[in-house]
Write a protein that binds this ligand. Structure first.
Ligand code: 5GP
Ligand code: ZN
Length: 140
């Protein structure tokens, strides 16, 4: 961002939202974006982010929070193309498991696996499957 949302340090999600780094983008509007997680817990694991940098939800102006939740709604509807059930998660702070300090909702489709969040190594997203997922999830 060019305003007060600029991060103090390089931020991988700011790089994706500014199109400086590649991402498998399924949704974008003026203030938000959604793209595939590069180390998905399950197939179609999505991240929903504001374009304005902020570490956590409460760092964002209310209008950006509202826009983010509106996009979350849209992304959930698209995730339902893969599976009717899904988890939404938001990790705020290191003790809560936050690794990327640019606020993001996770939308994690569930296919009946017991618990995808523990004891399983996460494989990197494959390019061919990512492209197939963008085809399925990308159009409105
Ligand atoms: P957190 O633990 O901060 O809530 O989750 C950060 C998520 O971002 C992780 O699920 C991780 O796999 C994902 N991630 C980290 N770096 C990148 C990246 O460069 N591109 C994408 N698409 N996802 C990333
Ligand atoms: Zn950022």
């Amino acid at each position: 961002m060019s305003d007060g949302g600029a991060p103090a340090e390089p931020c991988v999600f700011c790089d994706i939202t500014a199109h400086r780094s590649p991402g498998y983008i399924v949704f974008e509007d003026a203030t938000t974006m959604a793209f595939l997680d590069i180390f998905p817990f399950t197939r179609g694991h999505l991240l929903v982010v504001p374009k304005r940098h902020g570490a956590r939800l409460t760092d964002l102006p209310f209008d950006d929070q509202t826009a983010l939740v509106r996009t979350l709604d849209e992304v959930c509807r698209r995730a339902e193309r893969l599976a009717p059930d899904y988890n939404i998660a938001l990790n705020a702070g290191a003790a809560a498991g936050q690794i990327v300090f640019h606020v993001h909702f996770h939308v994690i489709p569930r296919y009946g696996e017991s618990n995808p969040f523990v004891s399983r190594s996460r494989e990197r997203l494959r390019d061919d499957d990512a492209r197939a997922l963008v085809d399925t999830l990308g159009a409105g």
